[in-house]
Ligand binder design. Structure first.
Ligand SMILES: Cc1ncc(C[n+]2csc(CCOP(=O)(O)OP(=O)(O)O)c2C)c(N)n1
Length: 334
């Protein structure tokens, strides 16, 4: 009886890890597909790749319900996919097509799909924290026990808006999880070189917000750390902060070759790739190499199809140009 139970627990842990691997491969394939489309001139404007940061999004979102609300930043594709936004609609959005998540009007930095709780990404650094605090307040006033989650970067942690929103969340004990995705860089500046004091966890603690730091390239560790924090938030404990140590394997944008960092730094960090680590863990759990390779191939195919469908999708009709525009008067007079 005990052996059967242990085996079935092991099996479910393996299945869970395989699902995480699939999600991370899908995100990686999405980012690489988007980079190729941008290089070919199919995407107008910048995209910000999360290659190397997949485990943060997948480990956190594995703990969320559909009605939990996520806000994100300019670097948001991984969060949106992990929260359940459709990859094809996202790719169409990047290409400005009518079938995109925002009808092709938002683009890469404004992915949103309220139906799955992705309430929006935006390009204003750290605005995600303030928006999530407001969303958390709305959830509580509606009597829901859903939570809000803000993803933001280590650079964002230095913005006044971030610290104000953290203070507000702590004062009102709001149900919000603050996920600082510390990828080492803020555009072309090393995050640590412009951050005073002992770090993110201490800053949260100074406001009375319990915080945990985790290896952000280990999807199981992120999932486990998030699990505890989400339980505490849902139980009415107020805000929590999760500090995820990860690394941005790409430049800041698709146009940035990141020549400001030594090639040796990148090479070293490539050995810590979260996808490779997850694949190695699967092998340790007894999943065969052909099964791991098959899962990877299937997920890559999903994204290949999403790229093809997005490229074939129609453009929005010009009659829709001013639909959804808040101040039509101002827009028409431009
Ligand atoms: C309020 C504001 N200031 C400056 C910028 C320009 N900017 C865009 S991304 C970025 C760096 C953000 O770094 P971080 O928060 O660590 O996120 P990462 O890019 O590493 O994901 C900056 C300064 C902006 N978009 N918004």
């Amino acid at each position: 009886m005990l052996i059967t139970l242990t085996k079935s627990l092991q099996q479910s842990a393996t299945d869970r890890m395989l699902n995480h691997y699939r999600s991370m491969v899908r995100i990686r394939a999405f980012e690489c597909g988007a980079e190729d489309l941008a290089a070919a001139g199919n995407i107008h404007g910048m995209i910000h790749s999360a290659v190397g940061q997949e485990a943060v999004a997948v480990g956190v979102c594995a703990n969320l319900r559909r009605d939990d609300l996520v806000t994100s930043t300019h670097r948001n594709h991984h969060h949106a996919l992990a929260k359940g936004v459709d990859a094809e609609a996202m790719m169409a959005e990047l290409l400005g097509r009518a079938s995109g998540t925002c009808g092709g009007k938002g683009g890469s930095m404004h992915i949103a799909d309220f139906a799955v709780g992705m309430i929006g990404a935006n390009g204003v650094v750290a605005a995600s924290v303030a928006i999530a605090a407001g969303a958390a307040q709305a959830l509580r006033s509606r009597g829901s026990n859903a939570i809000a989650v803000a993803f933001f970067g280590d650079g964002g942690m230095n913005r006044g808006q971030c610290l104000e929103a953290m203070n507000y969340a702590a004062v009102f004990q709001l149900p919000v999880l603050l996920v600082c995705e510390d990828n080492g860089w803020a555009a072309t500046t090393r995050g640590a070189s412009v951050s005073a004091g002992p770090g993110t966890v201490s800053r949260a603690n100074a406001l009375g917000i319990p915080a945990v730091s985790v290896d952000g390239n280990d999807v199981a560790a992120v999932e486990a750390a998030t699990h505890g924090l989400v339980l505490e938030i849902r139980a009415g404990g107020g805000p929590r902060l999760l500090h995820c140590l990860t690394y941005r394997l790409r430049g800041h944008t698709c146009a940035d070759k990141a020549l400001y960092r030594a090639a040796s730094e990148l090479e070293l960090r490539q050995h810590d790739d979260p996808l490779t680590r997850c694949a190695n863990r699967l092998a340790e759990l007894g999943v065969s190499q052909p099964a791991i390779a098959a899962a990877k191939q299937e997920e890559e195919l999903v994204i290949q199809r999403a790229v093809e469908a997005a490229l074939a999708a129609p453009w929005p009709p010009s009659a829709d140009a001013f639909r959804d525009v808040q101040d039509i008067g101002a827009a028409v007079s431009l």
